[in-house]
Design a protein around this ligand. Structure first.
Ligand code: NAD
Ligand code: IPM
Ligand code: MN
Length: 351
């Protein structure tokens, strides 16, 4: 099958990685007969600096017809983050109803966790992050700088539809995994939104008696991700809490450079988007040492979403095999000295 994929490499290490993995994608195409026809969009902060906008006004219309979107990363030291992200990445997630964000946290064989007592296979959970509303709802905040009593208001919006769909998706995932769901809130302080969330979890839990439900407050959950990560199976959280927790999930499983994600369109009308959890990493950008595996695993999630399970499994397995091989090249985030291209070249031999 052939698929039309919009590629938005973006900023910093985004283009380094997206460019480096192209030959690997061609290998997957020829090995499995899955043609990923990539159309590249040079949208991002350089465009903003030159033309005053991250993407064209009709950017979303351009993307709407694709089968999927692959995104590198967005963020530039010379442009404020709220400008770059609110004018490219977040409008795609919101505009294309990508309400379900799946972020696996897996400690692969051969990868060292900073939690020294854990080794390959000991940590394996997935975070279902609400992805279009909650604390990221753009309600047009109010700021009154310069007044005697300055105030900034940033509202969070939790709709029944939005909350039900992420919670239900997480329960479904739990039935296909190990039957455990952890719902993470801050209902002790945020009485409105989070108590509403808790109620919805309780209602939907009644439909899934076979799933064990645990409720945690986000502060305690942050601790437990480190203290007892092996006990998590499916974790469901709001947009902001899911964002924060998935960086913890990434580092306890070895590196930001290994964590993939899928932003799934729930209306069936628009493409889903696949991107690493990490950002543009300005501290290593330009050095060609970014770990490409988070983006490669995101492509594996894309292939799976497109129904190409065989190609997806093969790509995923090639990454697992490489990480388990102590002689294989590793980038510096995994304590190696290899460059991005070396990791890709080695993976090509494993497809
Ligand atoms: P970051 O994820 O870019 O980097 C955090 C740390 O992880 C850095 O030390 C970085 O070197 C390391 N790292 C990240 N990806 C890596 C990889 N593939 N290989 C090796 N090391 C890697 O987070 P940050 O520094 O907070 O953000 C940098 C910029 O990226 C900011 O502008 C931020 O807003 C943006 N950002 C964008 C996205 C996105 O586009 N999806 C996600 C997160 C952050
Ligand atoms: C992520 C990122 C984004 C988010 C930022 C860059 C807006 O941190 O994808 O995890 O918060 O969703
Ligand atoms: Mn994040």
């Amino acid at each position: 099958m052939a698929y039309e994929v919009a590629s938005i490499p973006g900023d910093g290490i985004g283009p380094e990685v997206v460019d480096a993995i192209q030959p690997l994608l061609e290998d997957v195409s020829s090995a499995f007969g899955v043609e990923l026809e990539m159309t590249r969009y040079e949208w991002g902060s350089e465009r903003h600096l030159q033309e005053g906008a991250m993407m064209p006004d009709n950017g979303l219309d351009e993307l709407a017809g694709y089968d999927a979107i692959l995104l590198g990363a967005i963020g530039h030291p010379d442009v404020p983050d709220h400008v770059t992200l609110n004018n490219l990445l977040l409008p795609i997630r919101k505009g294309f109803d990508q309400a379900i964000c799946k972020r696996p946290a897996i400690l692969f064989d051969g990868v060292e966790s900073p939690l020294e007592e854990y080794s390959g296979g000991d940590i394996d959970f997935v975070v279902y992050r609400e992805n279009t509303e909650g604390e990221y709802a753009d309600m047009g905040g109010q700021e009154h700088p310069g007044h005697n009593h300055e105030v900034a208001v940033q509202s969070a919006v939790f709709t029944r539809t939005g909350t039900e769909r992420i919670v239900r998706a997480a329960f479904e995932a739990a039935t296909e995994r190990n039957g455990k769901l952890t719902s993470i809130t801050k209902s002790n302080a945020q009485a409105h939104s989070m108590v509403f969330w808790d109620q919805i979890v309780e209602e939907i839990a009644a439909e899934y008696p076979e799933v064990t439900v645990e409720r945690l407050l986000v502060d305690a959950a942050s601790m437990d991700f480190i203290r007892r990560p092996e006990e998590f199976d499916v974790v469901v959280a709001s947009n902001l809490f899911g964002d924060i927790l998935t960086d913890i999930g990434a580092i306890i499983t070895g590196s930001m450079g290994l964590a993939p994600s899928a932003n799934i369109n729930v209306s069936g009308e628009y493409p889903s988007m696949f991107e690493p959890v990490h950002g543009s990493a300005p501290d290593i950008a330009g050095d060609s040492v970014a770990n490409p595996l988070a983006t490669i695993l995101s492509v594996a999630m894309m292939l799976d979403h497109l129904g190409e399970a065989e190609a997806s499994d093969a790509l995923w397995a090639a990454v697992e095999e490489q990480l388990a091989d102590s002689d294989a090249p590793r980038t510096p985030d995994l304590s190696g000295s290899a460059r991005t291209e070396d990791v890709v070249a080695d993976l090509r031999t494993r497809i």
